[in-house]
Design a protein around this ligand. Structure first.
Ligand code: NAI
Length: 270
């Protein structure tokens, strides 16, 4: 169902790795809604080649950039504006990775160098992206910047280890840069706190299947899918949400307001 919600808008979409990626679904929906954008991901993700399929489907160019490198980001914003022929209206940060989670380190046994990598890739990169956009004056008035977060920023999910701190950092950056870009350019900055979703990053977290099912049974609407998340993201890029900024927006089928559900009670009483 396309309504030209993003007609004439230009964007940069970070983090489409494969068809399961939330960023992939956002790109497909953004195209349907009339946007033009460039796709970007870390050079290592490019080698897997999947993103070429998406680029073809969306008639978009790909510019590799490691989101932790300010130099790569400078190159990305310069080229994106050349390719798109103007300033940027929307940015999606859909980036997350924790070497500690990948290597199975528990919370009490974190490697601190990897911890810093987690924060850099999954949190600080959001600051770097907006910093470069600001320095290049690359954003249009009334633009919209969105990053994806998870409720482990507020509540304890033991297997989410250092990513929970990265998400807390990410949400804090959204508030602080939201203030700054709001004052400067009327640009809004928000995070979407998404349900557990079966993607490469999601399923890499220990015990994922259990907390996917748990969240599904706790939420009156069930877990929000990647497609639902893409739709919500499109609404935030559209002019229908111009006054929403500096928010962490729960997109979780009601999970975050629940104490316990009948389904969970039934499960435990069995
Ligand atoms: P995904 O694995 O498809 O996407 C993660 C992306 O981050 C990949 O494209 C990867 O190449 C990219 N990335 C990693 N290091 C990078 C770097 N240095 N520079 C640039 N890009 C880099 O998984 P998914 O689930 O689509 O993740 C997208 C976002 O959604 C992440 O922020 C994740 O934490 C968040 N999220 C995911 C949930 C889930 O259960 N899957 C739940 C809530 C939030």
């Amino acid at each position: 169902m396309a309504n030209n919600l993003l007609k004439g808008k230009k964007g940069i979409i970070f983090g489409a790795l494969d068809e399961k990626s939330i960023a992939w679904k956002v790109a497909v929906r953004a195209k349907e809604e009339g946007a033009e954008f460039v796709l970007t991901n870390a050079p290592i993700a490019m080698r897997m080649g999947e993103i070429n399929k998406l680029a073809e489907q969306c008639n978009a160019q790909i510019i590799p950039a490691d989101a932790t490198s300010v130099e790569d980001l400078e190159n990305l914003f310069t080229k994106a504006q050349e390719i798109l022929g103007g300033k940027i209206d929307f940015i999606l940060h859909s980036i997350g990775s924790s070497p500690n989670i990948r290597k199975g380190k528990s919370y009490g046994d974190l490697n601190y160098e990897w911890f810093q990598k987690t924060l850099d890739i999954s949190g600080l990169s959001f600051h770097k992206i907006m910093h470069v956009a600001e320095k290049q004056d690359a954003l249009n008035e009334w633009g919209s910047v969105v990053a994806l977060s998870y409720i482990a920023a507020q509540r304890v999910f033991p297997d989410y280890t250092d990513m929970s701190h990265a998400k807390a950092l990410l949400e804090s950056i959204a508030r602080n840069y939201g203030y700054r870009l709001g004052r400067m350019k009327n640009v809004r900055v928000n995070t979407i706190s998404q349900s557990p979703t079966k993607t490469t990053a999601g399923t890499g977290v220990g015990g994922f299947d259990a907390f996917y099912d748990y969240a599904d049974k706790m939420s009156p609407l069930g877990n929000a899918s990647a497609e639902d998340c893409a739709n919500y993201t499109i609404s935030l890029f559209s002019d229908l949400t111009r006054m929403v900024t500096m928010q962490n927006l729960m997109h979780d089928g009601g999970f975050s307001s629940m104490g316990i559900s009948e389904d969970i009670v039934d499960m435990i009483s069995k």
